[in-house]
Design a protein around this ligand. Structure first.
Ligand code: FO1
Length: 309
C-alpha cells in the first residue's frame, strides 16, 4: 500500500517513525510543511524537513524531537559571542552541516526539493521526503504585539503573544513542489499526521491547487487528531485555535479537513465527540493517539494502516 503523508513537527515524525517500521519505507512519501523555514546566521533552516529526515534516519535527538542526537553546541557558543541577538535559536554542531550544505546548494540554484532528496540519500532515508513547495513561503503570526515569524513566535516568545491571524507569505505564487501532485494522486491512501492544523498542515493546504488534489484523488484520506482531551499534547495548537475564535476540540480539527477527509482517528479520551464528527460524514476510529514510546508509535501506526485496509 502506497501512503502519502502530510506532516509538520514532532508529533508527525513520531507517527511516521511507526509507519516506516511497518510499511516498506519506499512505500511512504512525506509532504512536509516549509512555512517554519527561516534564515538564521545566514543559513537556510528547514526545521520540519529536518525533523522528519533525522527521525526516519534514526538520528533525531529523542529528548527534543528536533536536532541531532548527542549534538554539541561549540560553534553556536562562539557565534553568539559575535552576535548575541540570535541567542534564542539553537543550532547544534552536526546539525549545522545540514544547514551549510542546504544553503550552499540553494545559492548554487538547486531547488529545496532537490536538496531534501540529496540529504535523504546521504543519510540513508529510503522514504521520499518532499517539501510542500520550492517557493519560500514563511508563516507570519499576526499578534497583538505585531507580526512575528513563526519561529520567533514559537521559540523566541514561547507562543506567549496573543494571536490575531496567520499569514503564509508568497503563498499565491507558490506551486506544489515536483512530485507532490503525483504523490497525492497516485497514493492508495493519504495520511494527515497529528500536526498543528493551523501552522503545520495549514500551510500545506494553502499551497494553490493542494486542496483540489486532495478532493480529486481516489486515495482514502485519514487524519489523526492532534487534540487530545481538549488540549494539544505539544505545541500551541489549542491556544491558537482559541485565540482565533475556534473551538478547541478534535471536532474543530475534523471540520478544517472535512471537504476532503474520509476517516478521522479520535483519541479514546474524546469519545463523546464521535457523533459530532460522524455528522461531518466521516468514519470515526477510536484509538490511543498519545505516542510516548516506540510501542505506542507502532500501535497507532498499525491502527492507521488497519483503518486504511
Ligand atoms: N525548537 C525550540 O524550541 N528551540 C530551538 O532552539 C530550536 C532550534 C531548532 C533548530 C533546528 C531545527 O530543525 C529545529 C529547531 N527547533 C527548535 C524546532 C522548531 O522550532 C519547531 O519545533 C518546528 O519548527 C515545529 O515543527
Amino acid at each position: 500500500m502506497k501512503i502519502t503523508a502530510l506532516a509538520g513537527g514532532v508529533g508527525a515524525s513520531k507517527l511516521l517513525d511507526g509507519v516506516s517500521r511497518i510499511l516498506p519505507p519506499e512505500d511512504l512519501t512525506v509532504i512536509v510543511n516549509t512555512g517554519d523555514d527561516i534564515e538564521m546566521f545566514g543559513l537556510y533552516i528547514s526545521p520540519d524537513i529536518d525533523i522528519v529526515t533525522y527521525t526516519l534516519a534514526g538520528l533525531v535527538n529523542p529528548a527534543t524531537g528536533w536536532g541531532l542526537t548527542s549534538d554539541t553546541f561549540h560553534c553556536l557558543d562562539l557565534l553568539l559571542r559575535y552576535n548575541e541577538s540570535e541567542r534564542w535559536f539553537n543550532l547544534g554542531d552536526r546539525d549545522l552541516a545540514t544547514h551549510i550544505y542546504r544553503t550552499q546548494q540553494l545559492r548554487a540554484g538547486k531547488p529545496l526539493s532537490a536538496v531534501a532528496e540529496q540529504v535523504c540519500k546521504t543519510l540513508g532515508v529510503a522514504t521520499q521526503i518532499l517539501p510542500m513547495t520550492d517557493t519560500h513561503t514563511p508563516t507570519t503570526i499576526l499578534t497583538d504585539e505585531g507580526p512575528l515569524h513563526f519561529q520567533e513566535y514559537l521559540v523566541r516568545r514561547g507562543a506567549e503573544p496573543k494571536i490575531t491571524g496567520i499569514r503564509f507569505e508568497n503563498i499565491a505564487q507558490a506551486q506544489p513542489a515536483p512530485g507532490v501532485a503525483e504523490a497525492i494522486l497516485e497514493a492508495d491512501a493519504v495520511l494527515l499526521c497529528p500536526s498543528n492544523p493551523l501552522i503545520s498542515i495549514g500551510p500545506i493546504l494553502a499551497v494553490p491547487g493542494m486542496r483540489q488534489l486532495l478532493q480529486e484523488t481516489a486515495a482514502k484520506i485519514i487524519a489523526v487528531s492532534p487534540i487530545v482531551g481538549g488540549a494539544s499534547l505539544k505545541g500551541p495548537s489549542d491556544r491558537m485555535l482559541a485565540q482565533l475564535g475556534m473551538e478547541v476540540s478534535a471536532t474543530q480539527v475534523a471540520k478544517l479537513y472535512a471537504d476532503f477527509l474520509d476517516v478521522f482517528i479520535l483519541d479514546q479520551q474524546d469519545s463523546r465527540e464521535q457523533p459530532a464528527i460522524k455528522q461531518l460524514d466521516l468514519q470515526v476510529v477510536l484509538a490511543n493517539t498519545v505516542m510516548r514510546d516506540l510501542e505506542s508509535k507502532m500501535a497507532l501506526a498499525q491502527t492507521v494502516l488497519t483503518a486504511l485496509a
